[in-house]
Design a protein around this ligand. Structure first.
Ligand SMILES: C[S@@+](CC[C@H](N)C(=O)[O-])C[C@H]1O[C@@H](n2cnc3c(N)ncnc32)[C@H](O)[C@@H]1O
Length: 194
């Protein structure tokens, strides 16, 4: 990562924290990934070199930019958010970071994108949307995640009560291994056996 991009992401993260502090309604906030979690995500993607990536929950593009930097220019990368205002902010931020041509933004429902995706379409999925939806999304996530792929879920420690049922489904599913990385808000890394 270039020093310029690091500085840009640091600024975006600081602005996000200041912005969120002024918004009492959680859904009005940007809720960006913690920088230390972003670094873990970047390392995982850089190492795994997935042939395609899906992000569910773009917000204003902070985590999207981290992911895009970890990919080669030709890796298909789709990010989804159902909030048009946030998606509009993300478009500007992703372009300003130099990844406008590398990222396909979808403004719509994550569930719909999962339902429309082919079996095994994504070897890497980052899930950072509305936690209460994950139980319903799990069957689709399982189908869309490629064999040998990784699904990373944020906020499993900060909002543990909201992902209890989801984590129980993951633990009960055959062919998956998972662990929680205690960084930031807690990253659940789920590996689908190949
Ligand atoms: C925690 S924020 C994502 C933060 C982002 N990953 C980052 O680090 O900058 C969650 C986002 O999920 C989006 N979201 C909520 N429900 C969704 C759904 N059903 N489909 C797609 N996006 C959704 C929200 O609009 C919000 O922008």
């Amino acid at each position: 990562m270039t020093p310029e991009l690091t500085a840009y992401l640091d600024r975006l993260s600081a602005e996000g924290r200041s912005f969120d502090a002024t918004r009492p309604d959680r859904t009005d906030r940007r809720r960006n990934l913690e920088p230390e979690s972003a670094r873990v995500l970047h390392a995982l993607v850089s190492g795994a070199r997935p042939s395609a990536v899906l992000e569910l929950g773009t917000s204003n593009g902070y985590s999207t930019i981290w992911l895009a930097d970890a990919l080669t220019d030709s890796t298909p990368f789709t990010t989804v958010d159902n909030d048009p205002d946030r998606a509009g902010e993300a478009t500007g931020n992703i372009a300003a970071a130099g990844f406008g041509d590398a990222v396909t933004q979808v403004t719509g429902d994550g569930l719909q994108v999962l339902q429309d995706a082919a079996d095994g379409a994504f070897p890497f999925i980052f899930l950072d949307a509305e936690r209460t939806l994950y139980v319903d999304w799990w069957p689709h996530l399982q189908r869309v995640l490629a064999d040998g792929g990784l699904l990373v879920v944020d906020n499993v420690l900060s909002h543990a009560d909201q992902v209890t049922a989801f984590r129980a489904l993951v633990d009960a599913a055959d062919g998956y291994r998972s662990l929680v990385l205690p960084v930031g808000a807690g990253l659940l890394v789920i590996a689908k056996q190949g």
